[in-house]
Design a protein around this ligand. Structure first.
Ligand code: ASP
Length: 435
């Protein structure tokens, strides 16, 4: 019998996790049981994915750049990648602003709900504000300064420094191109081998994906706040989701317009990465799977994917930037503030920068939202208003973040003549080989 395709197995795992938790929380001991006995398996699954992120970046980026063989190709790819990333982010923020101004979700929140939300989530919001304060206290060029680590071992010791590792890998790869080929060959061989090993490790981890997402979703349901607050914030949530959905349609259009690939082709290729992004709320944890899907199933050349995707996972967050725009204006509306056109233009700039600065981990977009609020003169305590519903929205925006990276990888590959047919071998066949 033919096995179910991977994305169906992951979907089944997710649905089973939701149903299981919905049933168990009916019992008094249910939540505790899920937190103690099910959630840890989700954490193990995410940790396993994060575990290979740094070796993956080193292996794939260094061997990818070395394969390019010349610096002109690299700079061409770099300029196109960054330009498209920036353009899509600005479009995302602008779309968010249009939607939130048309729907006006803030006016649907009653005075009473506002007071209740502010009181319930004041403390949680405070922690995020303190985290953001640290970031705000630094000089304007600090993010640039932080790009270059002073020690690669120290940088590679934390997933939070992914961008620094990328810079090191780029630099190392450029060095490799510039030395005589006979000297470069063994080093290239090593990183090629490392890359292969890491890709095989991803195959192994993905065997556990349906169980991993089961545990993750069960824990999310068990720990979710009661439904009342969801209802109060329904219009706000719907504005974010509508914006993300429109952005998604825009991506599908871009894929079709630039590469002539059908929506079904794109969707089938990227779906497992999207489902993992949704379940983990982390672009960084999803990166290994995004890489695999984009190269093997969407036909992007390895050297393009290994450059575009790690950078995208850390700096290109269109879903996050759209959410930050909607959330900022929503909070202002709830406080009865009327934001001028100039202020909203300012939000385009700050939300773009804030999404670039957001780490690719759960909840990071909310911390950086504090900076958008501060710049626009919106009370930061307003963060408490959107706290209750942030996790499900994080799941949705992370899915879009990952999708955006894949789309840009396809466009850049196409423009460089490096978009081919997907490699014939199916994931399921490869899994069979593994077991
Ligand atoms: N969780 C998002 C990501 O990893 C970032 C965020 O918006 O919080 O892409």
């Amino acid at each position: 019998m033919k096995k179910l395709a991977l994305h169906w197995r992951i979907l089944l795992g997710m649905a089973a996790g939701v149903a299981f938790a919905a049933l168990l929380i009916q019992f008094e001991w249910g939540k505790g049981f899920i937190v103690d006995w099910i959630k840890p398996f989700g954490t193990i699954f995410i940790n396993a994915l994060k575990l290979i992120a740094i070796p993956l970046i080193l292996g794939s980026l260094i061997s990818g750049i070395a394969d390019l063989n010349n610096i002109t190709q690299l700079s061409k790819m770099g300029v196109r990648t960054l330009a498209i990333y920036l353009a899509t982010t600005v479009i995302a923020v602008s779309l968010g602003l249009v939607i939130v101004n048309v729907i006006k979700p803030g006016s649907a929140v009653s005075e009473e709900t506002r007071t209740q939300l502010l009181a319930s989530y004041e403390k949680d919001a405070g922690t995020r504000i303190t985290a953001a304060e640290k970031q705000k206290a630094t000089g304007p060029l600090k993010p640039l300064e932080d790009l270059v680590p002073e020690n690669i071992i120290a940088a590679a010791s934390s997933n939070g420094n992914m961008l620094q590792v990328i810079i090191f890998a780029l630099f190392f790869g450029i060095g490799l191109i510039l030395i005589p080929p006979d000297k470069a060959a063994p080093v290239k061989g090593f990183f090629n081998g490392l890359n292969e090993v890491v890709l095989k490790m991803i195959d192994l981890i993905m065997l556990a994906a349906p169980f991993g997402v089961f545990a993750l979703l069960a824990a999310i349901i068990a720990e979710a706040p009661g439904p009342d607050l969801f209802v109060a914030l329904l219009w706000y949530a719907m504005s974010v989701v509508l914006g993300l959905a429109l952005l998604y349609c825009f991506y599908i259009f871009l894929v079709w317009a630039f590469t002539k690939k059908s929506p079904a082709f794109f969707l089938k290729g990227i779906a497992p990465a999207q489902l993992l992004a949704f379940s983990t709320s982390s672009s960084a944890a999803t990166l290994p799977v995004t890489m695999e899907r984009v190269t093997e199933h969407l036909g992007v050349d390895d050297d393009v994917a290994s450059f575009v995707l790690p950078i995208g996972a850390t700096v290109n967050m269109d879903g996050t930037s759209l959410y930050q725009a909607v959330a900022a204006v929503f909070i202002a509306q709830t406080f009865g503030m009327d934001l001028s056109f100039g202020t909203q233009l300012g939000i385009i700039l700050t939300a773009t920068l804030a999404s670039i600065g957001s780490a690719a981990v759960p909840g990071a977009g909310m911390v950086m939202l504090v900076i958008v609020l501060a710049q626009a003169g919106i009370p930061e305590v307003g963060l408490a208003l959107i706290f209750a519903i942030d996790r499900p929205l994080d799941m949705c925006r992370t899915t879009i973040n990952v999708t955006g990276d894949a789309v840009v990888a396809m466009i850049v590959a196409k423009s460089l003549g490096k978009l081919g047919e997907p490699k014939a071998q199916d994931w399921d066949d490869r899994l069979e080989e593994v077991i």
